[in-house]
Each structure stands twice: as structure tokens, then as C-alpha cells.
Design a binder for this molecule. Sequence first.
Ligand code: ADP
Ligand code: MG
Length: 250
Amino acid sequence: MELLAYRLGTLSPGRVLNYLSPMLNSFPLMRASSLCMQYSTGSARVDALKNVDLEIAAGERVAVTGPSGCGKTTLLLLLAGLERPTGGSIHVEGKPLSEMGPDALADFRRDRIGIVFQSFHLVPSLAALENVALPLEIAGARDARVRAKAMLEKVGLSERGQHYPSQLSGGEQQRVAIARAFATRPDILFADEPTGNLDSETGASIVDQLFGLNAQQHTTLILITHDSQLASRCSRRLQLRQGQLLEAQQ
Ligand code: ADP
Ligand code: MG
């Protein structure tokens, strides 16, 4: 009991919920049911996702693999609440994302989701420190700059806080993006081919930082990757082919 109290005392409120959720209810962190996404451009239609069913438990590290065009990024956009599916549903701790209006969905993304993109997506007009502080400022944190500094230090870039993205290498930009994604201590971190634009040595150090922060913060990780070595560091692997999951998920 003391150990539980100690652990809860050291965790953020979101993480406390993660920790307690298996005891409080039987809902998985995320559940997608018959998830479909159809893109229509003129007369052309693409079924990017076809009846995808999956469950992700709090604290899991899930790799999503599959060839280019099979629907990986689409799945991320839907699970992260950035796009609405054209069919099926997504539940987060039993609550349907579809019932959230635009404001509630924006709050969900701000409070619970972090994303690392293949092409970094830093704000070019903001220095590294400002990029990391931005989501904290949006979330109303008074100590945004202090926390951003601490995050930059964790990814080994405390000397580069005043540098703009164009003054940083690809690997450094991705480290800033990782610091930014973890700064708000999200419950769920998505990474979309985070090493795709980097050489293998730089990619390996990026991955170490990603997994290191993931372990420190007890974040649920959903990692899209072509790299099967990287996928093998996750606790589970989902394989997509032409919009469908290859294996039945529990
Ligand atoms: P992956 O990330 O696995 O490479 P995507 O999820 O990006 O795959 O794309 C899945 C399919 O959906 C592809 O055929 C792609 O061309 C198509 N697609 C993705 N986004 C759009 C869009 N905004 N409009 C039309 N088609 C799209
Ligand atoms: Mg993609």
C-alpha cells in the first residue's frame, strides 16, 4: 500500500488514472471497432482502412508496420483524433471519440496526445526552446520555459535552445520534436516513422531517446515503422496490408 501511495505521488494525474484504470474498470485505453477510412478525390476513392479492429492497453508499446500506402499514417491520424473516420468507432477508456465536438477533441489532443512526425514539423520561426515550450504554453503551464529547458536537457540539446530549426541537423530537429512531444507528459505518444529521414546511426540514438523517455514517463507508445529491428523493441506488433490488419487482435 505504501508503495502504491509512493508511486501515485510521483505520477501526474493522467498517469495515476492510467495506473488505476485496470483496477477501476475493464476498458482498454483505446479500442477501434470496424474502423474505416475512405478518401474521395474527384471520382477516385481510396479505402485507406477497411474494418480495422484493435485494442491498446495503457502502458503498451505497439509497433505498426506495413508497406508504404497501407494506411499506417491514416490509422495514426484517426487514433490521435486528428481526422474523423468514415466508418466504425474509436473509444478512449470506453468513451467514443465521435461524441466529442471539435473543442473537446482539441482538449483531448492537447492533454493526452503527443506526436513525433517523420519530417519533424517544428515551427520554423521559433527557436528550439520555444518549440518545446509551445504545447506547454497552450496547455496553460506557468513554468513552460523551465520545463521546456529541462526537456531539452534530457535530449542533450540544452546548448541549442536559441537555435532555429534551420540551424539544426535533422537528428537534432527530431530530438527537439521528441522533447516537444513528451513535454506535456502525454498518456499516448504516437511516432510516425520517426527515423525515416535520418541516417541509421542518428536514427538509433533518436530511438534510444524515444524509448528512454517512454519508459521514464510510463507513456503508451504507438510507433509506426518500416524497421523490423525497431518494431522488435515494442511489446506488440500490428501489421497492416492494404488497409487491413493481418492478425486478429485480442
Ligand atoms: P502509409 O502511411 O502506410 O504510407 P497512408 O495512410 O498515408 O499510408 O495512405 C493510405 C492510402 O490512402 C494511400 O493509398 C494514400 O495514397 C491514400 N491517402 C492518404 N491520405 C490521403 C488523402 N488526404 N487523400 C486521398 N488519399 C489519401
Ligand atoms: Mg505514412
